[in-house]
Write a new protein. Sequence first.
Length: 202
Amino acid sequence: MSRSMKRRFWKQTDKNFIPNFTKMKYIIIITILIVSGFTTMKRASTAKEYIYVGTYNEDGQPGIFVYEFDRKNGSMSLVQEVGGMGSPSYLEIHPSGNYLYSVNRSSVTPDKKWGSVSSYKIDPEKGTLSHLNDQPSQGSESCHISIDSKGRLVFVSNYSTGNLSVFPVQKNGSLDMCSDVEQHTGSSINQQRQKSRHVHQS
């Protein structure tokens, strides 16, 4: 019989959530993916919860960690470490639950000091991530990512350059090239921090 899937998502920020990583500065962005599946009508349902952790990492270190969470005893077990990007400090999951996106401080354009945005496919059974593609964020110190409710567009906030970039989501979950950039202007009274515009959230 066909498999029926039900998914729910939850986020939390907690700098002390993951132990034993004292050498790295973390901002923890956690998303729990709950997958409940029935292989047959007679089989009892089984639910698994996965925690996706985005961090500020050091060179050569993994940046995203996937854990399986046991709600009964409060324990977590490491499922996957994902490298290849620098400081994927904010994560977001597609409304379908099939894809995950990260905004990164590292650049995929060697000639420009831009950040980047990455897309991943989520394995519905194991919760693991498979890399799909990367796109330049069109700005520096990329710090936040969000998705529209229908899962068609990804929005990236670039802190230092003060702009917001838009990326269409393709049918396979990967990101197309940037389709729009909104540049902010202005300043404020604190010249140490507010001499120029900054975009914090999209």
